[in-house]
Design a protein around this ligand. Structure first.
Ligand SMILES: Nc1nc2c(c(=O)[nH]1)N[C@H]1C(S)=C(S)[C@@H](COP(=O)(O)OP(=O)(O)OC[C@H]3O[C@@H](n4cnc5c(=O)[nH]c(N)nc54)[C@H](O)[C@@H]3O)O[C@H]1N2
Ligand SMILES: Nc1nc2c(c(=O)[nH]1)N[C@H]1C(S)=C(S)[C@@H](COP(=O)(O)OP(=O)(O)OC[C@H]3O[C@@H](n4cnc5c(=O)[nH]c(N)nc54)[C@H](O)[C@@H]3O)O[C@H]1N2
Ligand code: SF4
Ligand SMILES: [Mo]
Length: 740
C-alpha cells in the first residue's frame, strides 16, 4: 500500500506543485475565452453581488464577489445554482405559435410579431383600447419596467396594466406612504447591525432573505435581542430571544398590545411624537382596549409574550423592525403594516444609526419596478396617475398629449376577473406566471382559457405560456444590461454577461418592435437600455423616487446609489427621515389607528384548519426558473403539508403519508411533514409548484381593500390521509419542467 503523506509538503511532493500554483491573476486568466463578470443575482430583492464565469459566450459557472458590500461573497442556494438556467435545454430560442391540435411550433420573428400586432389592433378596434391588457413583472430591470409602463400607456393606450408586485409589495408600500409619506425601506441594511433590539414580523429571513441573516447575526454578536413573530418556528425564530407563534392573521393583536404596554410603562418618545408626528392621540385611544389579555386572544398566544415583547422593544436605545409577507399577505395587510410602523414611530427610533425599519423587498427589482410605472395607479418617479400635475409632467417627457394618457386601470386580480367575465379579451404579459402565482388557481385557469388572444414573453415555457397563442423568446437578466433597485432602495448595475442565444431577443427590443409596428416607433426609438435609463432619470425628476442625479457610471463607481438623488453632485440618500423629516407635505409622519378584524375566511366546522402558504429556500416564486435546476430540485423536489404532531394524531396522519388538503376552491395531494415547529391549528404548504400540486388551488381571492393584495396567508381547509396519486412520479417530472 502506498505510504500516506504526513503533511502538506508531502502531498505536494506526491501530487506535484500544480496543486497550489495559481496562475498570475487567478484561474480566470488561464484561457482567453474565459472571463468573470461582476454582476448581481437575478432572484430576490437582496440582489447579491456575484461573478458569472463565461466561456465562448456561455455562462458556465460562478465565483463569489467578495468586494460587493451587501453580501461580501455570500450567496444562497439559488444564487449558487442560477447560472444553470443559461444553457438549459428548455431555453426558448425562437417564438412559438400554438397550432390547433399540435401544440406549439416554432415560427419566425416577423410572422410572430405580425400576428401579435394584428390581434392587438383587431381586439382594440372591436372592443375598445382597454379590452387589451398588459401584465408586467418586478424581476425586470428599471429600464425594462419603465419601458413596459410607457408601452402600455403610449403604444397600447390601455388603462389596464398591472404587475406581479401586486401580489407582493403593495401592502407595505401603501402603509409606508400613508405613515411616512415615502414608499421605501427607511434604512440601509448596515443599520440592522447597530440595533440593540430587532423585531422580525412575518418574515422567514433565513430562507427568503438569506443574506439578511448575516446582518442579524452581526447585531447578535454585539448583544442585540431578537423577537420573531411567525406561526412557524422558522430557522431565524429558533435563535430568537422571544419567539411569538402568532395565529395567522393575529398580528395586530401583538402590535397594538405591545403599544398598549409601551404607553402604560412610559416607553414612548413623547418629545419625538410631539415634534415630528400627527395623530398619536387617536392611536393611543385605539390601543387602550388592547390590554395584553385582550391582545393575546386576537394573537392566539399567551399574554406574557406580548408583555415580554414590549419589555424588550420598549426601553431599547436602538431598534430595527423588519417585516415581510407574513403580515402583508392579508386582507388587512396594510393595517398590519401600519400597526407595526406605529411601534417604530412611537419609540422615536428611526432615521438614525441603528434605528429604523425595513419592508423586505421580495422580487429582484420589487422596489424599482413599482416606481417606474408598472402599477396601474402610478407613473414614473412614484407619481400618481390620477394627479393632473403628475400626468402633465410625464406626458411632456413622452411627448404625448396629457388627455391621451389612460387613467388608473384594474389591478392584477380584478384584471383577471375582468378576463373571466369577458370584459378583457386580449393580454400581453412579461415576467409573470399568474397561472401558478395567483390565488384560486382554478379560477385563473378558467380566465386564461377565455382570452381571444394571449401572448407572453418569457425565456422558458411557463405554465402560463402554455395558454398563449404566441410565445416570444425573451432574455435572461444576464443577457442584457441595466439597473435594479435593491431592498435598501439602492440602485445597482447589472452587466450584460452574454448575448441572448440566437433566436431569442432582448426583452426591450421585443417591446420596441411591437410599438413600432403599432405605429409608435418614434417614441420607442432607443439604441439600448442606457438610453432608456437616461429618459427614466428625467421622468423620475422631481418625483419621490428621484433618480435624476444618477448615471450608470456614477452608480458603478459608488457601489450603488440610494434614491432620492436629485442632482448629479448629490451622493444619494441611504437613510430616510434623518432629523425627523418625513415625506408628507406637512413634513411629519402620520399615526393611523387600526383595529383587528377577522380574515376573509375563518376556519369553521366544515373547514376547521388554517392554511398558510409561503416559500422554501431552494425555489423562487412560481418555480419556472428553479424547478428546472436539478441541484435545487434535489433539495426540494416537491411540495409538502407541514402539520403539528397534535393535529396529525387527531387526523390519523403520520410523517410522509399522502394527505389531501381541500378548501372551498380546490384541493392538492402532497406528502405530510409532521413537525413540532408549526401551530397545531395551522398547516403550511409552499407554493412553488403548479397543477395538482399548486397551493394556489386552495387559496382565496380575497383582497386588501387598499392595496388589493390577495390574502395568501389565511384560508380555511380540511386535511385527510389519502392514497398516493396514480401519476405521482409522472406529475413530478412534468413539474420539473420535463428536462432537468
Ligand atoms: N427562497 C426564496 N426566497 C425568496 C422568494 C422565493 O420564492 N424563494 N421570493 C422572494 C419574494 S418575491 C418575496 S415576496 C419574499 C417573501 O419572503 P417572506 O415573506 O419571508 O416569505 P413567506 O414564506 O411568503 O412568508 C414568511 C413567513 O410568514 C409566516 N406567516 C404566515 N402567516 C403569518 C401571519 O399571519 N403572521 C405572521 N407574523 N407570519 C405569518 C409564514 O409562516 C412564513 O414563515 O421572499 C423573496 N425571497
Ligand atoms: N400561495 C401563494 N401564492 C403566492 C405567494 C405566496 O406567498 N403564496 N407569493 C406571491 C408573491 S410575493 C409573488 S412576488 C408572486 C410571484 O409570482 P410570479 O411573478 O408569477 O412568479 P415568477 O416565478 O417570478 O414569474 C415570472 C415569470 O417570468 C419569467 N421571467 C423572470 N425574469 C424575466 C425577465 O427578465 N424577462 C422575461 N421575459 N421573463 C422573465 C420567469 O421565467 C417566470 O416564468 O407570487 C405570489 N403568489
Ligand atoms: S436569491 Fe437572493 S439571497 Fe439568494 S443569492 Fe440571489 S439575491 Fe442573494
Ligand atoms: Mo414577492
Amino acid at each position: 500500500m502506498a505510504k500516506l503523506p504526513t503533511d502538506i509538503s508531502d502531498l505536494v511532493k506526491q501530487f506535484g506543485p500544480s496543486l497550489h500554483r495559481v496562475p498570475p491573476g487567478g484561474w480566470a486568466d488561464t484561457r482567453e475565452d474565459d472571463k468573470l463578470v461582476k454582476t448581481h443575482c437575478c432572484f430576490c430583492g437582496q440582489q447579491c453581488g456575484i461573478q458569472l464565469r463565461v466561456q465562448n459566450n456561455k455562462v458556465v459557472g460562478f465565483e463569489p464577489w467578495e468586494d460587493w458590500p451587501f453580501n461580501r461573497g455570500k450567496l444562497c442556494p439559488k444564487g449558487i445554482k442560477r447560472y444553470m438556467q443559461d444553457e438549459h435545454p428548455d431555453r426558448l430560442k425562437s417564438p412559438l405559435a400554438r397550432v390547433e391540435g399540435k401544440g406549439f411550433e416554432p415560427i419566425g420573428w416577423d410572422a410572430a410579431l405580425d400576428r401579435v400586432v394584428s390581434e392587438i389592433k383587431r381586439i382594440q378596434e372591436r372592443y375598445g383600447k382597454d379590452s387589451f391588457a398588459f401584465l408586467t413583472g418586478a424581476s425586470l430591470t428599471n429600464e425594462k419596467a419603465y419601458l413596459m409602463g410607457k408601452f402600455a400607456r403610449v403604444a397600447l393606450q390601455t388603462a389596464n396594466i398591472d404587475y406581479n408586485g401586486r401580489l407582493c409589495m403593495v401592502s407595505s408600500a401603501t402603509a409606508s406612504k400613508k405613515v411616512f409619506g415615502i414608499d421605501r425601506s427607511g434604512n440601509p441594511w448596515s443599520d440592522i447591525v447597530a440595533a440593540d433590539v430587532i423585531l422580525v414580523a412575518g418574515a422567514n429571513i433565513s430562507e427568503c432573505a438569506p443574506i439578511t441573516t448575516d446582518y442579524i447575526w452581526r447585531a447578535r454578536d454585539r448583544g442585540a435581542k431578537l423577537i420573531v413573530t411567525d406561526p412557524r418556528m422558522t430557522p431565524i425564530a429558533r435563535n430568537a430571544d422571544l419567539y411569538i407563534p402568532v395565529r395567522p392573521g393575529g398580528d395586530i393583536g401583538v402590535f397594538n398590545g405591545m403599544l398598549h404596554v409601551m404607553i402604560k410603562r412610559g416607553w414612548i418618545d413623547r418629545e419625538y411624537i410631539a415634534q415630528h408626528t400627527t395623530g398619536f392621540e387617536e392611536v393611543a385611544r385605539a390601543v387602550e382596549k388592547y390590554t395584553p389579555e385582550f391582545a393575546a386572544k386576537i394573537a392566539g398566544v399567551p399574554s406574557e409574550m406580548i408583555i415580554r415583547a414590549a419589555e424588550l422593544f420598549g426601553p431599547a436605545k436602538t431598534s430595527f423592525v423588519l417585516h415581510a409577507k407574513g403580515i402583508e399577505h392579508h386582507s388587512k395587510g396594510v393595517e398590519n403594516c401600519i400597526a407595526v410602523m406605529s411601534l417604530v414611530l412611537a419609540s422615536g427610533r428611526l432615521g438614525r444609526e441603528g434605528c429604523g425599519y425595513a419592508m423586505i423587498t421580495g422580487q429582484g427589482n420589487g422596489q424599482g419596478a413599482r416606481e417606474q410605472g408598472g402599477k396601474c395607479d402610478q407613473l414614473p418617479g412614484n407619481r400618481d396617475i390620477s394627479n393632473p400635475e403628475h400626468r402633465k409632467y410625464i406626458a411632456g417627457v413622452w411627448g404625448v398629449p396629457e388627455e391621451s394618457l389612460p387613467q388608473k386601470g384594474l389591478s392584477a386580480i380584478p384584471l383577471v376577473e375582468a378576463i373571466h367575465e369577458g370584459r378583457i379579451k386580449g393580454l400581453i404579459s412579461i415576467c409573470f406566471n399568474p397561472v401558478v402565482s395567483l390565488p384560486d388557481a382554478n379560477f385563473t385557469r378558467e380566465a386564461f382559457d377565455k382570452l381571444e388572444f394571449y401572448t407572453n414573453i418569457d425565456f422558458f415555457l411557463s405554465e402560463t405560456s402554455r395558454y398563449a397563442d404566441i410565445v416570444l423568446a425573451g432574455s435572461l437578466m444576464e443577457e442584457d444590461e441595466g439597473t435594479t433597485t435593491n431592498t435598501e432602495g439602492r440602485v445597482i448595475r447589472h452587466r450584460k454577461v452574454v448575448s441572448p442565444p440566437e433566436g431569442a431577443w432582448e426583452d426591450w427590443k421585443i417591446i420596441c418592435e411591437i410599438a413600432r409596428r403599432l405605429g409608435h416607433g418614434d417614441k420607442f426609438n432607443y439604441s439600448g437600455p442606457r438610453e432608456i435609463f437616461d429618459e427614466l432619470r428625467v421622468a423620475s425628476k422631481g418625483g419621490v423616487s428621484d433618480y435624476f442625479g444618477m448615471t450608470w457610471d456614477k452608480i458603478e463607481k459608488n457601489n450603488g446609489i440610494c434614491w432620492p438623488c436629485p442632482t448629479l453632485d448629490h451622493p444619494g440618500t441611504p437613510r430616510l427621515y434623518e432629523g425627523g423629516k418625513f415625506g408628507h407635505p406637512d413634513g411629519k409622519a402620520h399615526f393611523i389607528p387600526v383595529e383587528w378584524r377577522p380574515s376573509a375566511e375563518m376556519p369553521d366546522a366544515e373547514y376547521p384548519i388554517i392554511l398558510t402558504t409561503g416559500r422554501v429556500v431552494a425555489h423562487f416564486l412560481s418555480g419556472t426558473q428553479t424547478r428546472r435546476i436539478g441541484a435545487l430540485m434535489d433539495q426540494a423536489p416537491e411540495p409538502f403539508c407541514e402539520l403539528h404532531p397534535v393535529l396529525a394524531e387527531k387526523l390519523g396522519i403520520i410523517d410522509d403519508d399522502y394527505v389531501k388538503v381541500e378548501s372551498r376552491r380546490g384541493s392538492v395531494v402532497v406528502h405530510a411533514r409532521v413537525v413540532k415547529t408549526i401551530r397545531p391549528d395551522t398547516v403550511f404548504i409552499p407554493y412553488h409548484w403548479p397543477l395538482d400540486r399548486s397551493a394556489n388551488n386552495l387559496t382565496i381571492r380575497a383582497l386588501d381593500p387598499q392595496s388589493l393584495i390577495p390574502e395568501y396567508k389565511v384560508c380555511a381547509v380540511r386535511v385527510f390521509k389519502t392514497d398516493a396519486p396514480d401519476d405521482a412520479i409522472a406529475s413530478l417530472e412534468v413539474q420539473a419542467g420535463g428536462i432537468r
